[in-house]
Design a protein around this ligand. Structure first.
Ligand SMILES: Nc1ncnc2c1ncn2[C@@H]1O[C@H](COP(=O)(O)OP(=O)(O)OP(=O)(O)O)[C@@H](O)[C@H]1O
Length: 235
């Protein structure tokens, strides 16, 4: 489903070059909840942002469903990006729009008819358990509620993959667990493949069937969570 092949990412600026990913390869299969774990600065965000080309790899290839997206034209890439939802640590909601209009936003961009968009947004609101907040604004919501809205918005165009960049890092342990349970049910019931980057082993243990451990721009170990956990605890 997702294949990253020999990806290197070098950030270049006035102060010089910085190697953020060093010849990294990994594969995520359909239905996986794939964790990417590592310390701050290891390259986790860069790796996940290379999957939807929010960051372009300096070298290497990225494939989605067998198609090389690193070779695609902009117009093709826009289509593929609709199949890759993403959520972030700081939610990235539109503060001037209420909950239902945040969820409708990607549907408006995709040109979905208004009645259909409203129907879909209400279904998603139900899925994330926030019906009673449909007319609230982001500033009136808790962190966990904001992340639920972000998840609903990310699912609006029925993506095959949901990329989660430290999605629970700003949340307390109880809220974290409720969001992880929601992600797990989205994976199981809707068949959405999930890639979740985190610095917390607990997140990996709770929902990931597979995990990649990233250290200083390299994947040092990857495979089934049950086989990797012992290694990471020793690091
Ligand atoms: N735009 C950029 N320009 C230069 N260096 C960058 C840029 N973005 C990230 N880096 C550097 O690349 C390295 C990897 O960053 P990245 O955000 O991928 O790490 P991370 O593992 O996600 O860290 P964190 O958990 O703190 O978010 C870091 O050392 C960071 O300073």
């Amino acid at each position: 489903m997702i294949k990253i092949e020999n990806v290197t990412k070098i950030y270049s600026n006035k102060r010089g070059d910085f190697l953020a990913l060093d010849d990294v390869s990994m594969e995520v299969e359909k239905g996986d909840v794939y964790g990417v774990i590592g310390l701050s600065g290891a390259g986790k965000s860069t790796l996940v942002r290379c999957i939807n080309l929010l960051e372009r790899p300096t070298m290497g290839k990225v494939y989605i469903d067998g198609e090389e997206i690193t070779a695609m034209k902009k117009s093709q890439l826009i289509k593929v990006r609709q199949s890759l939802g993403m959520i972030f640590q700081d939610f990235n909601l539109l503060m001037q729009r209420n909950v239902i209009d945040n969820i409708k936003f990607p549907l408006e961009i995709a040109g979905v008819d208004k009645v259909e968009a409203k129907k879909r947004a209400l279904e998603l609101l139900h899925l994330v358990g926030l019906e009673e907040k449909s007319h609230s604004y982001p500033a009136q919501l808790s962190g966990g509620q904001k992340q639920r809205v972000a998840i609903a918005r990310a699912l609006a165009n029925s993506p095959k993959v949901l990329l989660c960049d430290e999605a629970t890092s700003a949340l307390d342990p109880v809220t974290t667990l409720s969001i992880l349970n929601l992600l797990k049910s989205i994976n199981e019931k809707m068949g959405v493949t999930i890639v979740i980057i985190t610095h917390e082993m607990k997140v990996v243990e709770t929902i990931c069937n597979k995990v990649a451990v990233i250290e200083s721009a390299n994947i040092v170990k990857n495979g089934y969570t049950k086989d990797i956990i012992g290694h990471f605890k020793e690091v």
